[in-house]
Design a binder for this molecule. Structure first.
Ligand code: NAD
Length: 288
C-alpha cells in the first residue's frame, strides 16, 4: 500500500512554484498577488486562510487578507469584490467559504472577475471546465489530479467513483476525471444514490468528498482500489492540545490495508488543494 503523501509532494511542488513566481516578477515588474477575503471568524476558515497566506509567502506570492465582520451585507461584500476586481495589483481573488447564511455564495462566485477567479467557482470557469476549455480548475480536484499524476496512477479506462456532487469538489472532480485528458469512466454518487456500496465496490479509484467522518468502510471497496479522502471534519478530542482532531471520510485503519494507495487525513488532499490555489494564482498573473 502506498501512502499518497500530499504534504511532502506539496513542499516539492512549492519549490517549482517559487521559481515560476520569481520569473513572473521579472516579467511583470511585481510579484503575483492573491487577495483572500474572510467573512467572520469561523475557526476552521481562519485556519485555512492563514495556511493559504503562509503558503503564498513560501512561494513569494504577495497576499492580502481582507477580514470582514460576519454582519456585512451581501451588497457590501459585492462592493469589496468590485474593488478587488478593479485593482490592477490583484491577480487572484478568493472568498473563503462557508459564508454567513444571509450571503448567497453563488452570487459572490459570479461577481469575481473570471480572470481573477483562482478558486474556479465562477459559472464561466465551471462551464469552460465541462467543455474541456482552458480555465481555472477548482483547487481541490486540481490538487488531486496533480497528486494522481505524480504517483503515476493511470486513469485511462479506469472506473472512478466520486462520492459527493458539490460545485467545489465532487462535480468538478467528476468532470476532470472524465475529460479527454484523463479518460476515466466516472460514476458520481450523492446523498440520494441507492445502493451506494454497489458502486463503490466497483471503483478502481474512489474519491470520498461527503464530509461524513469514517463513512467509507472496508466492506465498501474492492482490494487494490486507490482511495482519495477529501473529507475534513473537526472532531472534539480533549486529549489534543487544540481540543480537536481532523478526520477524513474514510475509516482509514480498516480501509488502508485493502488499498493499493490511499491519502491520509491530514496531510493528503489538504496540502494539494493549496497547490491548486497557488498554481491558479500564478496562472492569473500570467494572463495579465
Ligand atoms: P458539501 O456538503 O457541499 O457536499 C457534500 C456532498 O456529499 C453532497 O453532494 C451530498 O449529496 C453528498 N453526500 C452527503 N451524504 C451522503 C451520503 N450519505 N452518501 C452519499 N453522498 C452523500 O461538501 P463539500 O464542500 O463538497 O466538502 C466535502 C468534504 O470535503 C467536507 O468534509 C469538507 O470539509 C472537505 N473538503 C476538503 C478540502 C480539502 O482541501 N481537503 C476541500 C474542500 C472540502
Amino acid at each position: 500500500m502506498i501512502l499518497l503523501d500530499g504534504k511532502k509532494l506539496s513542499e516539492k511542488i512549492k519549490v517549482q512554484l517559487l521559481e515560476q513566481s520569481r520569473q513572473l516578477k521579472n516579467e511583470n515588474g511585481r510579484s503575483p498577488h492573491l487577495a483572500a477575503v474572510l467573512v467572520g471568524e469561523n475557526p476552521a476558515s481562519v485556519a485555512y486562510v492563514n495556511n493559504k497566506i503562509r503558503s503564498c509567502r513560501q512561494c513569494e506570492i504577495g497576499s492580502a487578507l481582507i477580514k470582514l465582520e460576519d454582519t456585512i451585507s451581501e451588497k457590501e461584500l459585492l462592493e469589496e469584490i468590485d474593488r478587488l476586481n478593479a485593482d490592477e495589483n490583484t491577480d487572484g481573488i478568493l472568498v473563503q467559504l462557508p459564508l454567513p447564511p444571509h450571503i448567497n455564495p453563488d452570487v459572490i462566485a459570479s461577481a469575481i472577475h473570471p480572470e481573477k477567479d483562482v478558486d474556479g467557482f465562477h459559472p464561466l470557469n465551471a462551464g469552460k471546465l465541462s467543455f474541456g476549455l482552458p480555465c481555472f480548475e477548482p483547487a481541490t480536484p486540481k490538487g488531486i489530479m496533480l497528486m494522481l499524476e505524480h504517483y503515476n496512477i493511470s486513469l485511462s479506462g479506469k472506473h472512478a467513483v466520486v462520492i459527493g456532487r458539490s460545485n467545489i469538489v465532487g462535480r468538478p472532480m467528476s468532470i476532470m476525471l472524465s475529460a479527454a485528458s484523463a479518460n476515466a469512466t466516472v460514476t458520481l454518487c450523492h446523498s440520494r444514490t441507492s445502493n451506494l456500496e454497489e458502486f463503490t465496490r466497483q471503483a478502481d479509484i474512489l474519491i470520498a468528498a461527503l464530509g461524513k467522518p469514517g463513512f467509507v468502510k472496508a466492506g465498501m471497496i474492492k482490494r487494490g482500489t486507490v482511495v482519495i479522502d477529501v473529507g475534513i471534519t473537526r472532531i472534539e478530542d480533549p486529549t489534543r492540545k487544540n481540543g480537536y482532531r481532523l478526520t477524513g471520510d474514510v475509516d482509514f485503519d480498516n480501509v488502508a490495508p485493502l488499498c493499493s494507495a490511499i491519502t491520509p487525513v491530514p496531510g493528503g488532499v489538504g496540502p494539494m488543494t493549496i497547490i491548486g490555489l497557488l498554481s491558479n494564482t500564478l496562472r492569473a498573473a500570467e494572463v495579465k
